[in-house]
Design a binder for this molecule. Structure first.
Ligand code: MLT
Ligand code: MN
Ligand code: ZN
Length: 298
């Protein structure tokens, strides 16, 4: 199994178009301590030819340009055979609009996420003749590309921001936010780019995986408030912080996990600064902070 982090940032990327928070300021200046990062996406392949893209970010065109494995090999061709969605957030679905040039592929998601897309006619640019959209049930393994087994599981989350009503339930384990367990050749990779809190069932799911790619949106619940860019907490956005008694560093520390990697990292998160105390703290806890292009062979 080969996995490539196409985009390691949360929605907005690094730097974000309208942001001068401390991390974005370094990125705008070209400071070598902060690598620019595109929005949340992962590519996975087993047979060396047919790739699954997990979450189609608004930056997918740039991500394909940076990844020779995903570039066309014939007059009209794409190695991207399938796309799988873990939620309906803009940073995970907007890239579908860039995949509209008549190319056949399969779009996998839970019925709940598929419904959100079907309700929104702009996604009809993916022609029904060429792009099938099967509903995937939680807990039922399927084979999105040859040799790769995928199983979706519910993760504490919330509805996409663009579908929020007056009252928003946060932390429900339902079909709106899922994680994926990938299996091939006896190896297991878990991908959880969005997670509101680390529940007991999630801990059971993640125990003994060879590689975990996990929600690294915020360092602390009040990152955005402290950075002065907004009033939303990580909790309100459906993202568990790294630090704290119920943070991911602590809640996942006793699990037997081969390698731990943070993805979906928001531009306000100080772990993005190479060589910073925060980066050292996270690395000392056994975690890697992903950058775009980081790849793994399992
Ligand atoms: C999130 O991860 O919280 C979302 O990507 C927010 C958004 O859709 O902008
Ligand atoms: Mn997001
Ligand atoms: Zn910023």
């Amino acid at each position: 199994m080969r996995a490539i982090v196409l985009g390691s940032a949360a929605g907005g990327g690094v730097p974000q178009w309208n942001c001068r928070c401390p991390v974005c300021t370094l990125a705008w200046a070209g400071d070598p301590r902060v690598s620019p990062r595109t929005q949340s996406s992962l590519a996975i392949c087993v047979d060396g030819e047919r790739w699954l893209v997990v979450n189609a970010s608004p930056d997918i065109r740039q991500q394909i340009a940076a990844t020779p494995q995903l570039q066309p090999k014939a007059l009209r061709h794409s190695p991207i055979a399938a796309v799988l969605l873990t939620n309906g957030d803009v940073d995970h679905v907007a890239g579908l609009l860039s995949l509209r040039e008549g190319q056949p592929f399969t779009l996998y998601a839970t019925a709940d996420i598929q419904h959100s897309l079907k309700d929104n006619r702009v996604f009809d640019v993916l022609s029904a003749e060429r792009v099938s959209r099967p509903d995937i049930r939680l807990g039922e393994p399927f084979e999105p590309v040859p040799g790769l087994l995928a199983t979706l599981f519910a993760v504490p989350g919330k509805v996409p921001l663009w579908l929020e009503g007056d009252v928003v339930a946060i932390g429900q384990e339902a079909e709106t936010t899922v994680g994926v367990l990938f299996e091939a050749g006896g190896k297991r990779l878990a991908y959880v780019p969005g997670c509101a809190h680390v529940s007991g069932s999630l801990r059971e799911r993640l125990d003994r995986v060879d590689l975990l790619l996990f929600d690294g949106t915020v360092l602390e619940d009040d990152d955005l408030i402290r950075a002065g860019v907004g009033s939303k907490t990580g909790q309100r956005m459906g993202h568990v912080p790294m630090r704290g008694d119920t943070g991911s560093l602590r809640m996942l520390s006793d699990l037997r996990i081969g390698r731990r990697v943070f993805v979906h990292i928001n531009n306000t998160n100080p772990v993005l600064v190479d060589g910073s105390d925060t980066r050292r703290e996270v690395e000392a806890a056994g975690w890697t902070v992903a950058h775009d292009g980081l790849s793994f062979t399992l």
